[in-house]
Design a protein around this ligand. Structure first.
Ligand code: CA
Length: 404
């Protein structure tokens, strides 16, 4: 007897209902249909539009993410420790060696060095291991008809449909972040249309299936954002006592002689590079933490993802891939950050103590933080919900010495 024959009519009805797409939403369907004409004006053929919107259902989880207000502000040292850790440096160095010839050709074409390209690859998708799980037509269709920024997302929706129409990627492969960034280096569809490259010459710019296309496209982006070949992004500096950093920043760049006159040196005390051009000063964690002089290339990295912490992570990871040391000046905290390996260890210790935090993924999300909060309270620590070295070390001690 087959399994099929054991099913009752009621079971079959239930199975039929379960196999339907999510509940139909007439308002959403009307909105999508109303986009057909503007899509046509934007170069999306009717057949393309019909093919990719026919069974489209809104994905409300995308709107939840759009509206999400982080209740927890990640300190910059935690942000950097998760992105620039030994694991990512090791993997990045292995990939630099593995793809040396490809990266050399990309450098010849665009003038961007291999370590920077690989650093972006590592941060954007963990070297292609995390490309995102959202169907772009569904996510961008939802964002085109619901929530804030519909005008912005409609342009991205139409761009995604044009990318499918041009045959660069198969529809079922076009998945990415909830906001529509996709591929090994997470391009938005409109960025794809401006800058994506078919580097291997097979007729398609495939940022999902082909790392060569994705890495060349990223180098192309940086070149167009003003990347200066052979220059660094910036470096750590030492500030003289009493120097005010008020009013300084990435955009208020000064010539070398002004920084020298103010007493700045490299972090080891040696003179600033003789060929230093215009540079801006940042102190991401305030006057007592590390300080950096930023050059023009930092702005190109900032253009990729407009956050100074992001650009700093990329620049620093690239330096570390080339063998440079960690920052010299400590971050202003007595509870140091955790690498991803240590975050996984912390999660395993939380599970051992009975907390239900889901899978061990090295990302301290809401459930991990709730468990951390309980452990901090139990141990008499400040209840911050943040996982740092102090809690990890406390939980590593044998259970009898910490358990009540
Ligand atoms: Ca290609």
């Amino acid at each position: 007897m087959t399994a099929m024959q054991t099913k009752t009519p009621a079971t079959l009805l239930l199975l039929a209902l379960l196999s339907l797409p999510a509940t139909a939403d007439p308002a959403f369907e009307r909105c999508i249909e109303q986009l057909r004409v503007p899509a046509r004006s934007a170069g999306v053929l009717d057949a393309t539009f019909t093919q990719h919107t026919r069974d489209l259902r809104p994905d409300l989880s995308v709107i939840e993410r759009l509206n999400h207000q982080p209740e927890f502000r990640t300190p910059i040292w935690d942000y950097l420790a998760g992105l620039v850790d030994d694991e990512r440096i090791r993997q990045g160095q292995a990939l630099l060696a593995q793809h040396a010839e490809l990266l050399e050709r990309i450098q010849q074409r665009h003038g961007v060095d291999p370590a920077i390209v690989v650093a972006i690859w590592g941060v954007e998708s963990n070297f292609g291991q995390t490309l995102g799980r959202f169907s772009l037509p569904q996510a961008l269709g939802t964002l085109s008809c619901m929530g804030r920024r519909q005008t912005f997302f409609r342009a991205e929706f139409f761009a995604a449909l044009r990318i499918l129409q041009a045959g660069h990627v198969e529809p079922e492969q076009l998945v990415g972040s909830w906001a529509g960034a996709f591929g090994h280096t997470q391009f938005m569809p409109s960025t794809f249309e401006r800058l994506a490259q078919d580097f291997d010459g097979d007729g398609r710019a495939d940022l999902i299936g082909n790392p060569a296309d994705a890495l060349a496209s990223t180098a192309h982006f940086l070149r167009r954002a003003g990347w200066q070949t052979g220059q660094t992004w910036g470096f750590e500096v030492r500030l003289p006592d009493g120097l005010s950093t008020a009013g300084e920043g990435r955009r208020s760049k000064r010539p070398r002689h002004e920084w020298v006159a103010r007493g700045l040196t490299l972090v080891d005390g040696s003179a600033l590079p003789a060929d230093l051009g215009q540079a801006g000063l940042i102190t991401p964690a305030g006057r007592s933490g590390p300080a950096f002089l930023l050059l023009r290339n930092f702005d190109a990295l900032f253009g990729y993802n407009p956050a100074e912490s992001y650009a700093l992570a990329i620049g620093h990871l690239a330096d570390r891939l080339r063998g440079a040391d960690p920052f010299v000046t400590p971050w202003p905290t007595d509870d140091g950050p955790l690498s991803r390996a240590e975050r996984r260890e912390l999660q395993a210790l939380l599970i051992l103590r009975g907390h239900e935090i889901g899978a061990i993924d090295g990302m301290l999300g809401a459930r991990s933080r709730a468990a951390i909060l309980q452990e901090q309270t139990r141990l008499g620590f400040a209840a911050s919900g943040r996982g740092g070295q102090q809690l990890l070390q406390a939980l590593r001690r044998p259970a009898q010495s910490t358990a009540q």
